[in-house]
Design a protein around this ligand. Sequence first.
Ligand code: DGL
Length: 264
Amino acid sequence: MDAAAPLLLFDSGVGGLSVLDEVRKALPQAPVIYAADNGGLPYGTKSEAEIAARVCGLLGRMSERFRPRLICIACNTASTIALAMVRDVLAVPIVGTVPAIKPAAAMTRSGTIGLLGTAATIRQGYVDRLQAEFAEGKTLLRFAASELVGAAEEKLRGEPVDPAVIARAVAGLRDQPGGAAIDTVVLACTHFPLLRDELAAAFGTGVGFVDGASGIARRIVHLTQGQPFERTVPDRALFTRANDDLAALAPALHRYGLERMEVL
Ligand code: DGL
């Protein structure tokens, strides 16, 4: 194993940074390439076919070009739709992001769990299967909070978060029959932990949040056990489109240790 071979973390935008945060804590020495398909953002309102084609195509090209030791699809939407396909076509180990229904089912005391994801994620059979397997006997209320994706993107560009957007996401769960009993919320989109403080304030005390990031970091540690790591070039963030607003992301990317930005 080449010690400089990177971990490649992939998302449609900045959401995967919430995963990178946990990966950094677990493997601070690991070289990282963070890839954002901002040209395809948002994934959550696209069709399954469109998402699968973009994700398979991009990961195929990047895997050839950057030779990562492991790819992490740090995006629930892309993972719940395309994880099996990507695994079929690429030889590199792939870690996906699965809505954290299992830990939520262990956490809830009221037996009512809320799940915030994108529209594409919450309609997946993958989520139905997780519910059947891990949350039998519990109530799982889902809401497509696609607006939160844009809010997280803006926050990381230093813009204020609109409280009305947060309030609509909270109401989307609370206003469903039985929603008042929610005590645990699954953040089933990697963008949403970036808004955890705002969501926690809006839900109020007594509601806990769970996401998949620490589980993903543990899985990556396990799969790379015994491998050497050496950062020979600064870690970088890659984008698929040269938007004007990318420069505004530089300070946030630096906070996550991504020192350079490039457009693919
Ligand atoms: N971050 C992605 C996820 O985890 C979705 C964002 C988007 O809609 O592109 O689902």
